[in-house]
Structures are given as structure tokens and as C-alpha cells.
Design a protein around this ligand. Structure first.
Ligand SMILES: N[C@@H](CCC(=O)N[C@@H](CS)C(=O)NCC(=O)O)C(=O)O
Length: 117
């Protein structure tokens, strides 16, 4: 059963999921959802992610969207993923969550905010 990634490599959250899989040797089938052709709005893709955004995955019958939720799921669902990605230790895991939340808030703002401030 192959993991399916619904992605467009022009999208940074999509690249996050692809890079995580490649770094960790997770096999996947890449399903290209071309944003410029509005393929994320098709009825077929809406079955995968009713929110009509990429990235999204299907692992067997399990469907999931949101890049951070996806990489955390993959870190737990696939064997042999190094602990440092999503540590079992509560305090270390909390630090990872903190960085992910920072990233969610600040990355979409782009570098302009840091150059200005
Ligand atoms: N918080 C989401 C963001 C997903 C997102 O904004 N995806 C964009 C591509 S970068 C998208 O699907 N845009 C199409 C739309 O919103 O109509 C994540 O991290 O996965």
C-alpha cells in the first residue's frame, strides 16, 4: 500500500512533506495537483481534502491535510524514523511543537518583516 502525496512542488508546505519523506526513506506516489490549473478545486480532489488545499495525503484509507499534521503523522506512522524529528520525550516534543507553531505564524509573512524590523 503506497502512501500518496497530493502536491504541487511550487508550494512550500508541499515541499515540506516531500522533503520529509525523501530524507526519511518513506516511499510515496506523488500525485501532482496543479494549482495553476485549479486542480485542487476538482470534485475528485475534494474527496481527498474537502478543504481543497494541498498538501494532502492518503495512507490506505486514511486521509490527512495540513503539512505539519502530515509530517507528525508520518514521523509516528512509519517505522525507523529518527526520534529527533518528533521526540517521544515530552519536553523535547514541546520544543518541536513550538518551532512548528512559530513557523506557521511567521513563514507566510516572508522575509520582508525581518528586513523591516
Ligand atoms: N496550512 C496549510 C496551508 C496549505 C496551503 O495554503 N496550500 C496552498 C498551496 S501553498 C493551497 O492549497 N492553495 C489553494 C487554495 O487555497 O485555494 C498547510 O500547511 O498545509
Amino acid at each position: 500500500m503506497t502512501l500518496k502525496l497530493y502536491v504541487d512542488r511550487r508550494s512550500h508546505p508541499c515541499r515540506e512533506v516531500i522533503i520529509f519523506c525523501k530524507l526519511n526513506g518513506i516511499d510515496f506516489e506523488e500525485v501532482h495537483i496543479d494549482l495553476s490549473k485549479r486542480q485542487h478545486l476538482t470534485p475528485e480532489f475534494k474527496e481527498v481534502n474537502p478543504m481543497k488545499q494541498i498538501p494532502a495525503i492518503m495512507d490506505g484509507k486514511f486521509k490527512l491535510s495540513e503539512s505539519h499534521a502530515i509530517v507528525k503523522y508520518l514521523a509516528c506512522a512509519f517505522p525507523g524514523i529518527a526520534d529527533h524529528w518528533y521526540p517521544a520525550d515530552l519536553y523535547k516534543r514541546a520544543k518541536v511543537e513550538s518551532v512548528l507553531d512559530w513557523h506557521r505564524t511567521n513563514f507566510p509573512r516572508g522575509p520582508g518583516a525581518y528586513i523591516r524590523d
